[in-house]
Design a protein around this ligand. Structure first.
Ligand code: ADP
Length: 507
């Protein structure tokens, strides 16, 4: 049907008879376009051009016959209703035509039956069409679902709770290591689950039925080849008319790969933690235990110097000096190493700390060098943060002492600034010292990394300690510098939600 206009194909040699039939339909209010054919060729051409909505055919024609027209219609346009409209048609012939697939028949002498016959045939055809469309849509969506289930390797199962009959899809069976043809009953499923996992699955299963809720369980199953696989089952309990649980409908998934990956990750984390703990223990013990013999070396080198300085030759005096300064350097190294091993701090020692107070304390402790260098140190109003007070003291001490140590001939100027960057405070310690090549900006945070050996004393651990402290507080640290101009060391600290504003002036 195009534009709501019915298309009727007539098989009729008598033009008047054809017109009469159409008049009946017109009078009943039907709008249509009609084409009359009386030979096989014309009929076939018309039907092949486009399937009509209705075929009205005479039973016997001089050059064609109605039954052949019917069989062609059934082949070419099986959905089109086909009604015989004939002058002579015995009951037997009529019954036979219906058997062969005609929709109806109407005698020309009783054309009054034509309209109800056509109306019924058209409405049945439209119902058939709708049903077919719905069936096609259903078939397509089932096909898509099947494809999705098999791509996701999801097995589908259904359990009848009245007799515990289990239906299991082929993927469901393959999740149990079985072929699609294998017999697989309810008890086989339980038997496949490892005994040590069975109890928890059974408890969840029974709880789900009792509460008519969802069932979910992860468990191991033993495949017929002996292999152990992890499976995940998810199901819904379906209630009957009287609200009693009648069925369980669910899916299974082989999650062996995921479980393996989880287990690998857990093992690696465990190993890493153990290795880290061993390393920290080793570094701590080494730096701690080495201090004792070092102290002896230091004391005796001092005694030697005291007793023999100026009494041996100048070279010997020099050697004694080397010895003493090497002992001092090593002592500083061990002290810094010990400090390094003690970070990350115990989070239980975290508290609200006012960075202004921490900075003032650091400056007070460094007052000798500040005075000696006549440094000008300024700072913004700093925020309160959540962390370890002593460790933030160390951060400022390391950054400020470096800023003063790596000064040039200018009077040192150091500024401690703060900015808010979304979830973080960004604290910057800026100096006007010797600076360094930006290419080394990452390296200097490594253990024992020093760019200015010889000229300046140090252990190469200050920035490594600072980095470790900052990171253990959830921040990061970086540096920018220009030789001869100065350096900026920036580090972040997360802003806690209840501490979203910088500390008020004058604290
Ligand atoms: P060190 O004990 O050598 O000072 P750090 O870990 O504190 O060790 O610093 C590593 C290296 O980074 C230093 O040796 C120095 O070369 C460079 N450095 C650190 N701070 C500054 C700075 N403010 N200006 C220039 N160079 C710096």
């Amino acid at each position: 049907m195009q534009d709501g206009t019915l298309s009727i194909l007539l098989v009729e040699d008598n033009a008047l008879d054809a017109e009469l039939s159409l008049e009946y339909l017109r009078n009943a209010g039907l709008t249509f376009k009609a084409e009359r054919t009386e030979t096989r060729e014309a009929y076939q051409a018309a039907i092949r051009a486009e399937c009509p909505d209705l075929i009205l055919a005479d039973y016997s024609l001089p050059n064609f016959d109605g039954l052949t027209a019917l069989s062609i219609a059934l082949q070419e346009c099986p959905g089109t209703p086909f009604i015989f409209v004939s002058g002579v048609m015995g009951e037997e012939v009529a019954a036979d035509s219906l058997k062969q697939g005609a929709t109806d028949f109407v005698l020309k002498q009783r054309l009054g039956r034509l309209v109800p016959a056509v109306t019924r045939a058209l409405s049945e055809a439209s119902e058939r069409r709708d049903r077919k469309q719905a069936e096609d849509a259903l078939r397509q969506s089932e096909e898509r679902l099947r494809l999705a289930l098999s791509t996701a390797r999801l097995g589908v199962w259904e359990l009848d709770l009245s007799n515990y009959h289990l239906e299991c899809s082929s993927t469901c069976k393959s999740n149990f290591g079985l072929s699609p043809e294998a017999e697989f009953a309810y008890n086989d499923a339980w038997a496949a689950i490892l005994p040590e996992d069975r109890e928890q699955v059974r408890v969840r299963f029974e709880q789900a039925i009792a509460a008519k809720s969802n069932f979910q369980a992860e468990y191991r199953i033993r495949w017929p080849d002996g292999g152990i696989h992890w499976a995940l089952a998810n199901a819904r309990v379906i209630e009957g008319v009287g609200d009693e649980p009648v069925r369980m409908s669910g899916v299974t998934l082989d999650i062996t790969g995921r479980k393996q990956a989880e287990e690998d990750l857990r093992r690696q984390t465990r190993e890493l933690k153990a290795a880290n703990a061993d390393l920290a223990q080793f570094a701590y013990a080494a730096s701690h235990d080495l201090q004792e013999p070092l102290r002896t070396v230091s004391i005796f080198s001092k005694l030697l110097a005291k007793k023999y300085k100026g009494r041996l030759d100048t070279e010997a005096d020099e050697f004694l000096e080397y010895l003493e300064s090497a002992a001092q350097h090593m002592s500083a190294l061990l002290r810094d190493l010990l400090t390094y091993t003690r970070v990350p701090a115990d989070e239980r020692a975290f508290e609200w700390i006012d960075l202004n107070a921490v900075l003032h304390r650091t400056l007070y402790l460094s007052r000798t060098v500040v005075e000696e260098t006549m440094a000008v140190i300024t700072h913004d109003q700093l925020p309160c943060v959540f962390g370890n007070d002593a460790q933030f003291g160390l951060v400022f001490q390391n950054l400020i002492s470096n800023a003063l140590k790596y000064r040039n001939s200018r009077r040192p100027e150091v500024h401690v600034g703060v900015q808010r960057d979304q979830e973080n405070w960004v604290i910057t310690v800026k100096d006007n010292g010797i600076g360094f090549d930006q290419a080394y900006a990452e390296q200097i945070f490594g253990l024992f990394k020093r760019l200015h050996k010889g000229e300046y004393s140090g252990t190469g651990l200050g920035l490594a300690i600072t980095k470790r402290i900052v990171e253990s507080h959830g921040g990061r640290i970086w540096a920018t510098s220009q030789p001869g101009v100065g350096s900026s060391f920036c580090f972040t600290i997360p802003v806690a939600p209840e501490d979203s504003k910088p500390a008020p002036e004058g604290r």
